[in-house]
Design a protein around this ligand. Structure first.
Ligand SMILES: [Zn+2]
Length: 301
């Protein structure tokens, strides 16, 4: 059964297509060939969209989510995490419909649905550290540990981990790997806390050579509950990043290997700066959290 909104958006596209056809005709009558061609191109795109609307449509059900803070109105808090049908809105209307409502609908797919939303503010240094910065911190920083944020790389690491990081089993995308593990546990637990954590080495070298063999430690704090034919998972994933500036040996080694200096230049620099050189390996740390929501249709598993 098609939902009302799905039908109406397909109809809207249809109407746009008809109007477009009229414009094409008018342009051709006026011998505006270039303009007519543009409308024809647009028409092709509209038709593709129309096909997508017809075949993909949208999920018939959704899960109501509030922003989970003190500003949520009580009637909406009562809907939080409940399943509703697009065809039968609750008395409050659908999420986001009411004035200033910040609630959102998580579509319930046929099999499963999982997403992670970053809930940690990322205050990255806008001046990203260069290779020189990293090497000079090794030479002169006295081993003082750094945060990813202070070097400008927390946002990049999060993004890279979420979508590109490769797990031991070869799966690409750290978030997906985490979600799959949590879903697997939830299918056994059905109702209750989900104990899940991992510690794994990932290679972020593609992003920045400094972050090779970095450790990610993840911990989930959340639960699963059964609602009708769905398992609903809610919780917070906490991620910790740990790495060290790899010890290149001596100051000369660091300058030649990482910055490509000639051995002579490096030796001269070391001679000139000998009193200030400290040469110490240092740690990087980073931390972020995501809100994790997933829905699984039990019968599909
Ligand atoms: Zn609301």
């Amino acid at each position: 059964m098609e939902t009302q909104s799905r039908t109406s958006s397909a109809l809207a596209l249809c109407r746009m297509g008809l109007e477009n056809q009229q414009w094409i005709e008018r342009c051709l009558n006026a011998q505006w060939v270039q303009e007519a061609k543009q409308f024809q191109r647009l028409d092709g795109q509209l038709f593709q969209l129309f096909l997508q609307q017809k075949t993909l449509g949208r999920s018939q059900y959704y899960i109501w989510h509030t922003q989970d803070d003190g500003k949520v109105r009580p009637a909406h808090a009562a809907n939080d995490e409940g399943i509703f049908a697009w065809d039968y809105p609750p008395a409050t209307g659908h999420p986001g419909e009411d004035y200033n409502c910040r609630c959102w609908a998580e579509p319930v797919g046929d099999t499963e649905y999982a997403r992670q939303v970053l809930i940690t503010p990322v205050n990255d240094n806008p001046n990203k550290w260069t290779n020189e910065n990293f090497v000079f911190h090794y030479l002169l920083g006295g081993g003082v540990p750094l945060t990813l944020e202070s070097t400008g790389y927390l946002g990049d690491i999060i993004e890279y981990f979420a979508t590109h990081a490769i797990a031991k089993d070869g799966k690409v995308g750290g978030y997906r790997a985490v979600e799959e593990q949590i879903i697997k546990l939830a299918l056994d637990i059905r109702d209750g806390e989900i104990p899940y954590g991992f510690e794994q080495v990932y290679d972020f070298e593609d992003m920045k050579y400094t972050f090779r063999n970095s450790t990610i430690i993840g911990n989930f704090s959340g639960h699963v509950r059964t609602q009708g034919e769905y398992l609903i998972i809610n919780g917070v994933m906490s991620y910790d990043f740990k790495d060290k500036f790899e010890d290149p040996g001596s100051a000369v080694e660091a300058l030649t290997r990482y910055l490509g200096w000639t051995r002579e230049d490096a030796q001269e620099f070391v001679r000139d700066n000998a009193p200030d050189l400290f040469v110490a390996v240092y740690d990087f740390t980073g931390h972020w959290k995501t809100k994790l929501n997933a829905t699984i249709r039990i019968s599909s598993q």
